[in-house]
Design a protein around this ligand. Structure first.
Ligand code: ADP
Ligand code: GLC
Length: 496
């Protein structure tokens, strides 16, 4: 068994360079953990406009200039730059193709909120660009670890266009699905534009019944092994359309090759003791110092500070996945619990409008910041008392884990990674790190919050719950080892 693997990790977002959600956090932290284990780990990601070239010292790589990549009838010349993941020796290659990636948004146009109409072309170019870059680099990875629909064509291309190519004959693929709801589903016109033969709809054409193409499906079908980001969600995704979004049957057909591995967290970035984005660092032995962050939080939202009042916070994409409809429907009873509600998020317009109105309806008690703000996310998670996450589905979820580490007690829905990471507080037990809704509805949401607010009123109980969470180990160590096991399993599949 090889002790040192060559691993290429492909992510459409890598924090701190680029991030719209948890995928970026994972892209910026799992590679580090694998590198620390001694593996040769490299990352390829798109170079978006928002990436600060000077700050992160992106350099041109002479032999990675002018690489011709064909997508459908067109050939595009890409360039590849390189940098290191901050404070590590993990090399990151950025695919620089301005017409596709130099835009205000990563996947959607911030002006309209709609997906870019050429996303199929953008991520087909990216996927093929990854393979062509490896070729130019003469670096033959043992594993290409792909993530989410944006990279789904890589395993597919390896099993079709690049099949028999000796350069990749010793390379296997692992495909990690972070979210089954985003599939990269494109119609026949788009499929044709990226080179699919839309007239041939045979079983191995890669096309679906309508002549369109689904990047996630192709990734799942073509990769050597698969996983999602918690054990619970791996079971859920196979169980019903509610969690598998139409891919449940396919997943069941691959169940022997489909695993669940929980995400870890970057303990350098999310650690209340060393966090540079919060004014008052603390740890589980100095919990009262957390209060300084609560004060700063009220100030940041322009609200009068109230001692002893529970602050309920959310940091989230404002979509159906995150249970925003439940929060909206239960908002009156939530506010009747006499806490303060603070939200940082962006997403669907209807929710944005609702929460803007709530600020006016409950003066001094509701704070809403619409937008994406990394430092405010840290301050909220540090300064709040209760973190609310009533997701309808949650493959893993990172914010509830960050909250646990910061002594901010999570109130979560009984799904996926939330169940795998939050241990319910039970009466007459010393254990428990948070509160879990009995069911996913507005009534259960209010009931769980009520329990949390009651516990908050008893400082001894509250500190015990906080400490239980803060002491848990959510570092990548255990999960990175599980990924290495999967990589070895992948290698065994290569026929020699
Ligand atoms: P998901 O990836 O489904 O959105 P996760 O809990 O895995 O959910 O990760 C969300 C990540 O995105 C966290 O790092 C969280 O702090 C961050 N985040 C979400 N919304 C915002 C926002 N509006 N501003 C800053 N960070 C945000
Ligand atoms: C997805 C999921 C989230 C997970 C994140 C990182 O965005 O919605 O549950 O934590 O990916 O894996």
């Amino acid at each position: 068994m090889k002790s040192k693997l060559k691993i290429l990790m492909v992510y459409s977002e890598v924090a701190p360079f680029s991030k719209t959600g948890g995928l970026g956090d994972v892209g910026g932290s799992l590679p580090k953990a694998l590198k620390d284990m001694g593996h040769d780990v490299r990352i390829i990601t798109p170079q978006y406009q928002s990436i600060n070239e000077r700050r992160y010292i992106l350099r041109d790589v002479i032999r990675l200039q002018n690489i011709g990549v064909s997508v459908g009838a067109e050939t595009h010349q890409i360039h590849v730059k390189s940098a290191f993941l901050p404070d590590t020796k993990v090399q990151v290659y950025f695919i620089d193709y301005k017409p596709f990636f130099f835009r205000k948004g990563m996947y959607t146009d911030p002006k309209t909120g709609a997906d870019y109409p050429d996303n199929a072309q953008r991520f087909a170019l990216f996927s093929k660009g990854v393979l062509e870059t490896l070729n130019r680099l003469h670096w033959q990875p043992d594993i290409i670890h792909c993530n989410d629909w944006q990279t789904g064509l890589i395993p597919y291309y390896l099993k079709t266009l690049y099949l028999g190519n000796p350069f990749f004959s010793q390379t296997s693929t692992l495909f990690t699905v972070h979210n089954f709801a985003f599939q990269g589903w494109f119609d026949a016109k788009n499929a044709a534009a990226i080179g699919f033969d839309t007239k041939n709809r045979s079983a191995d054409s890669g096309l679906d019944a309508n002549g369109g193409v689904n990047f996630l499906r192709l990734g799942i079908q073509s990769s050597d092994l698969l996983n999602t980001v918690s054990e619970k969600h791996a079971a859920e995704a196979q169980s019903s359309a509610e969690f598998g979004f139409g891919l449940e049957k396919l997943l069941r057909s691959r169940k022997k090759q489909f695993f669940g591995i929980a995400n870890g967290i970057d303990t350098h970035v999310w650690n209340p003791e060393t966090d540079k984005l919060i004014p008052h660092p603390y740890n589980f032995q100095r919990i009262p110092e957390k209060e300084g962050n609560k004060r700063a939080l009220f100030e940041r939202f322009g609200l009068p500070f109230k001692a002893g009042v529970p602050v309920i916070a959310m940091v989230t994409r404002m979509t159906g996945q995150k249970g925003m409809d439940l929060v909206r429907d239960a908002f009156g009873p939530i506010m009747a619990l006499n806490g303060v509600f603070l939200l940082l998020g962006q997403g669907e317009e209807a929710y944005e409008t609702f929460f803007k109105k709530a600020v006016k309806k409950y003066p001094g008690r509701v704070g809403v910041h619409l937008g994406f703000d990394e430092s405010l996310a840290h301050l909220l998670i540090a300064g709040a008392d209760i973190f609310l996450m009533p997701s309808r589905f949650e493959p893993c979820g990172l914010t509830q884990i960050y909250s646990l580490k910061y002594g901010t007690v999570p109130v979560v829905a009984p799904v996926g990674g939330l169940l795998d990471t939050v241990e319910p507080v039970k009466p007459r037990s010393e254990r428990g790190t948070g509160f879990v809704l009995a069911a996913i509805d507005a009534k259960s949401l209010v009931a769980a919050l009520k329990q949390a607010v009651k516990a908050f009123g008893d400082p001894r109980t509250w500190q015990r719950i906080q400490k239980n969470g803060m002491r848990k180990d959510f570092s990548w160590e255990a999960s990175a080892k599980r990924y290495v096991q999967l990589y070895h399993k992948c290698l065994l599949l290569i026929k020699t």
